[in-house]
Design a protein around this ligand. Structure first.
Ligand code: CO
Length: 276
């Protein structure tokens, strides 16, 4: 059985053009292969006030955006363009380089409303860091969902309650969104070689008698399975992935293995040779 080894609190920071995110403290080097976990909002925007992240580059990792409320529009240097609605997932493998903008949709910007979602950053192993960028979009009605006896689960990546995601991940990630009514149990097997964690953003749960509260990230020990008990109506993410065991050199939107590679990323960006 996996149990809780660390509880990490979140703090609120401003990102991009100034939108609020809840972010577990010191997420930088905590649990391979995850580099970042941002809960965007929930924020209620007045008409004209919604904010996003204007054009910026990424190299060496993947960004996965999952919308719960609101509407975003994205555009990138490779010519991809699309919208993200509640339940939609955008899995972007930056690889050797992408420059993109992630903004509230024009309609949402005009009318305002509730914005809520997640962005996680997943590291790429050295051999894939300079791969061609790619996008995978999983619309809400294409991701496996089940609801049974007060337990609701969406499988964004990996497997849960017999459901399997069709997403093609560069590293074997598990990414599950779950909602539970009070006093229920959810059991999930996780390959014992993977690191695993739970981020809770509503209610309170227990894992092997250790309580995890709203806004906390729980890192889990090794083991073959987790059993989650809901002490209240609760909502959380389960994330798991392999230990990459490679050096990390990180600066802003670039995550490489060496300082030289980071330097090269800056040079490429300045020289206009970042994407081609
Ligand atoms: Co970005």
């Amino acid at each position: 059985m996996r149990r809780v080894t660390h509880i990490i609190p979140t703090h609120t920071v401003l990102e991009g053009g100034g939108f609020k995110v809840r972010r577990p403290v010191a997420m930088g080097r905590l649990m391979s292969p995850f580099l970042l976990l941002d809960e965007m909002g929930p924020a209620n925007y007045a008409p004209g006030e919604a904010m996003g992240a204007p054009w910026h580059p990424h190299r060496g990792f993947e960004t996965v955006t999952y919308m719960l409320a609101g509407k975003m529009q994205h555009e990138d240097s490779a010519g991809n363009k699309g919208n993200l609605n509640p339940g939609d997932v955008q899995w972007m493998t930056a690889g050797r380089g992408i420059i993109h903008s992630e903004e509230p949709h024009a309609d949402f910007q005009k009318n305002g409303g509730l914005m809520h979602g997640f962005q996680i950053w997943i590291n790429l192993p050295a051999k894939h860091k300079m791969m061609q960028p790619r996008y995978q979009e999983i619309p809400a009605d294409k991701s496996p969902i089940t609801e049974k006896n007060g337990v609701w689960v969406r499988v964004i990546a990996g497997e849960c309650l017999g459901l399997k995601s069709s997403i093609d991940t560069m590293v074997p990630i598990e990414y599950i969104h779950a909602k539970m009514d009070k006093n229920l149990l959810l059991e999930k097997e996780i390959e014992s070689s993977l690191n695993a964690m739970i981020y809770i953003f509503g209610g309170e749960i227990s894992v092997e008698n250790k309580i995890i509260k709203d806004g906390e990230l729980a890192l889990l020990s090794e083991g073959k399975r987790i059993t989650i008990q809901s002490n209240e109506p609760s909502e959380f993410l389960i994330l798991a992935g392999p230990e990459l065991n490679e050096p990390i050199a990180r600066h802003g939107p670039f995550v490489m293995n060496t300082r030289e590679e980071i330097h090269q990323a800056f040079l490429d960006y300045q020289n206009g040779t970042f994407v081609n």
